[in-house]
Design a protein around this ligand. Structure first.
Ligand code: HEC
Ligand code: HEC
Length: 283
């Protein structure tokens, strides 16, 4: 079925309408390793007024891709989790400490992923998980910061996500984070680039539609980092944001920039109630 998208700007409507075909997300249940049932579809949080339900990107992927994510032996992202486990136990920096020296087993981090980005009172800032890890590296280990969306970091974020799989995303949106959350929301609804498209134009108004060969999801981040079959590596949230903005032919922000931290805070909160899935598998 062809469907014209009237709510969006001229150039964009042309670019999209030629390619848009409606295709519903699948009706399937994600059971991890035949034992843990994950929430991939739930009632939208009250602050997401335009959606009734929030859906994991997993529901928009093909049968084989979904199956790969359901079994840790088939999920290529888990290889990188193994690498991060080695890094977890490796002492680095002037203090001669590893992550394990202070945090014991990585499993003690269960419950941390779902609430990030979050406010750090002592630092007086909103921190992503990446910022927190780098703070531990620089101020507690005396080690070099990792590149924000580089391999070492994305592996560690995959490890931290993996131990929280199945727990509901629960990003706070009020109190000291509120102004940054508002900023993220504004970015989400701002049209950018020659195509004059906002995140919402694609992921809120058109999820379920096909755009070229891609089945548009809600652009949720509960599955990050994602192993992409396309580039055969783990991809960080901010790398995905960057790619999506670049696709509208706009100048984009850098991974770790305040704009992307705000956007992550907002987009993360749109997935409140979905299970943490990372590392997930995507096209
Ligand atoms: C010298 C001790 C020390 C080392 C080594 C250390 N951390 Fe931490 N880490 C802490 C302390 C203390 C906190 C809580 C401080 C805060 O809130 O700022 C913390 C907080 C965290 C948190 C946030 C937990 C939460 O509940 O929000 C994460 C994630 C984390 N560390 C990851 C790591 C990783 C990954 C490494 C290794 C690369 C590491 N840490 C190395 C001491 C350490
Ligand atoms: C022109 C349409 C378009 C725009 C505009 C767009 N995206 Fe995307 N985005 C896509 C496509 C296509 C994919 C890959 C299929 C999918 O997962 O939806 C994608 C994937 C994603 C994913 C991965 C979801 C997953 O589960 O793997 C996230 C997150 C995302 N986008 C966030 C954003 C954000 C935030 C913005 C605004 C800064 C944005 N996108 C703007 C088209 C778009």
């Amino acid at each position: 079925m062809m469907k014209t998208i009237s709510a969006i700007g001229g150039a964009a409507a042309l670019a999209l309408s030629a390619a848009v075909v409606t295709a519903d997300p699948v009706d399937d249940t994600l059971i991890l390793n035949e034992e843990l049932e994950l929430v991939t579809r739930t009632t939208a949080p009250a602050h997401v007024e335009e959606l009734d339900e929030v859906l994991s990107g997993w529901l928009f992927r093909g049968t084989e891709t979904r199956a790969m994510q359901a079994d840790d032996f088939d999920n290529p992202g888990m290889i990188f989790v193994e690498k991060a486990l080695e890094a977890w136990d490796t002492a680095e920096g002037s203090e001669g400490k590893s992550c394990a020296s202070c945090h014991d087993a990585a499993e003690t981090m269960a419950g941390v992923r779902p609430v990030y980005p979050k406010w750090n009172e002592a630092a007086g800032e909103v921190r992503t998980l990446e910022m927190q890890v780098n703070d531990c590296r620089t101020s507690r280990m005396g080690a070099e910061a990792w590149k924000y969306a580089g391999g070492d970091m994305v592996n560690m974020i995959a490890l931290l996500s993996s131990v929280s799989r199945g727990l509901p995303v629960n990003v706070a949106i009020d109190g000291p984070v509120q102004s940054m959350w508002e900023q993220g929301k504004e970015l989400y609804y701002t049209r950018t680039g020659q195509l004059e498209l906002s995140c919402a134009n694609c992921h809120e108004e058109n999820n379920g539609n096909m755009i070229r060969a891609d089945h548009l999801s809600q652009g949720q981040i509960n599955g990050f980092p994602v192993y992409r079959l396309k580039n055969t590596k783990l991809n960080a949230v901010h790398s995905r944001f960057k790619g999506c903005i670049r696709d509208t032919r706009a100048e984009t922000y850098s991974p770790g920039s305040p704009e992307f931290v705000a956007l992550e805070l907002y987009v993360g909160s749109r997935g409140n109630g979905l299970s943490v899935e990372g590392p997930s598998v995507r096209n």
